[in-house]
Design a protein around this ligand. Structure first.
Ligand code: PLP
Length: 396
């Protein structure tokens, strides 16, 4: 018999994954060409050539002990040093290898942070809509996720509502910019305001509130928009970074945490994350991938393909009467549904072979998410289906 806690995780297990499986079934039934699967954020762009060449070079030319051995749980020191120097160059920060912990993707990093910080019933605040797995990650360590309701239609933080969620039990706040599922990016002004609220509340409660910035989409931004580096605005910031999207390596499970010296209890936290990494079962981040990303810190997947998809989907859907916010980053378009029940809308869309993810999976009903990290030909083929759907609701 499985544990009661696991039972509840299984019950609420990811709608996105279920949708992906459904897509495969529908493709068998109707033919792949006739199913428009926008469900999963799996990068459609190949990793940069330099990444593949580096994998080969390291695998075949370097001494096995430098690539395949055990290491410090936090990762190879020379790899962490290279990452620190690269961040310092890009963002004028002052990190050393000690501030960088290699992780098993963003998901691994977030779990390490929550394992390190949370006591049972500690609260973690998040802005809706958000990546649904956060709830599981927090509950893994018996924390409680508190949700700031969505701020329509901009999806920027509503600071009044935010303040209402903060109290003596608040241990952390998660932000994710560029955002999954909206594509929204927080400006410097927004981060300054966020920092002001957090500083005020820390003083009021006499506690430390850590701001966790989950950044798997940092490099995927359009129109040269700036994504400010959050540690510069708030002292108690922890960054979770991932190469899953920036280098199209989601299956390889590689990322890192940045834990600045300025954090309250920094030393204690740094030694605890090292232990958390080991006892969560990863032991360390994949060694080959650590070596590879250290050589590819200036590489990123070309953004042009995603941008073309963004323009095509946003342009067409807006012209058919869909309401959506133009994404500034990531590869998702968040669309208002033509009826309040997003689950019913998703079912309706399925009749046109459109696979969309309900907004309620991101704690934001009345919306659906499309992932446009797909073949542009599929987007083109899907447009008549989107148009028919709009017509059925009497919108177009
Ligand atoms: N955070 C967000 C907002 C995501 O969208 C994802 C994956 O899609 C993750 C974390 C997990 O990323 P990773 O594959 O690096 O663990």
């Amino acid at each position: 018999m499985i544990s009661n806690k696991m039972k509840s995780f299984v019950q609420t297990s990811s709608v996105i994954r279920a949708m992906f499986e459904e897509g495969k079934k529908m493709a068998k039934l109707y033919g792949e060409e006739n199913v428009y699967d926008f469900s999963l954020g799996n990068p459609s762009v190949e990793p940069p050539k330099a990444v593949k060449a580096t994998i080969e070079r390291i695998l075949y030319k370097e001494s096995p002990n430098l690539v395949h051995g055990y290491m410090n749980n936090s990762g190879y020191e020379d790899v962490r040093e290279k990452i620190a120097l690269s961040l310092n160059e890009r963002f004028s920060t002052e990190f050393s290898y000690k501030n960088i912990i290699m992780t098993v993707g963003a998901a691994g990093g977030l779990n390490v942070v929550f394992k390190t910080l949370l006591n049972p019933k500690d609260e973690v605040v998040v802005f809706a809509p958000f990546f649904g797995e956060y709830k599981n990650y927090v509950e893994n360590f018996d924390g409680i996720l508190k949700v700031v309701p969505p701020n329509f239609p901009s999806f920027q933080p509503n600071f009044l509502e935010f303040e209402k969620q903060l109290n003596e039990k608040t241990k952390a706040v998660i932000i994710n910019t560029p955002n999954n599922p909206t594509g929204v990016v927080y400006s410097k002004e927004t981060l300054l305001k966020l920092a002001e609220v957090l500083e005020k509340k820390q003083k009021e409660f006499g506690t430390s509130i850590y701001l966790i910035s989950d950044e798997p989409y940092r490099e995927l931004v359009y129109d040269d928009i700036e994504v400010p580096y959050v540690t510069k605005y708030y002292r108690n910031t922890i960054i979770g970074y991932s190469f899953s999207k920036s280098l199209s390596l989601p299956g390889e499970r590689i990322g890192y945490l940045v834990l600045p010296d300025e954090l309250d209890d920094a030393e204690e936290i740094l030694s605890a994350v090292n232990v958390a990494t080991r006892i969560l079962g990863f032991v360390n981040a994949p060694s080959l991938m650590q070596r590879v990303v250290a050589e590819c810190l200036n590489e990123k997947v070309p953004i042009e393909g995603y941008d073309k998809n963004r323009q095509m989907l946003y342009g067409a859907l807006s012209s058919y009467g869909y309401e959506c916010i133009k994404p500034q980053g990531a590869f998702y378009l968040f669309i208002k549904t033509f009826e309040p029940d997003d689950l019913a809308f998703v079912e309706h869309a399925k009749k046109h072979h459109l696979l969309l993810v309900p907004g309620s999976s991101f704690h934001c009903s009345g919306y659906v998410r499309t992932a446009y990290c797909v073949d542009p030909k599929m987007i083109k083929r899907s447009l008549p289906a989107f148009l028919k759907l709009a017509k059925e609701y009497g919108i177009y």
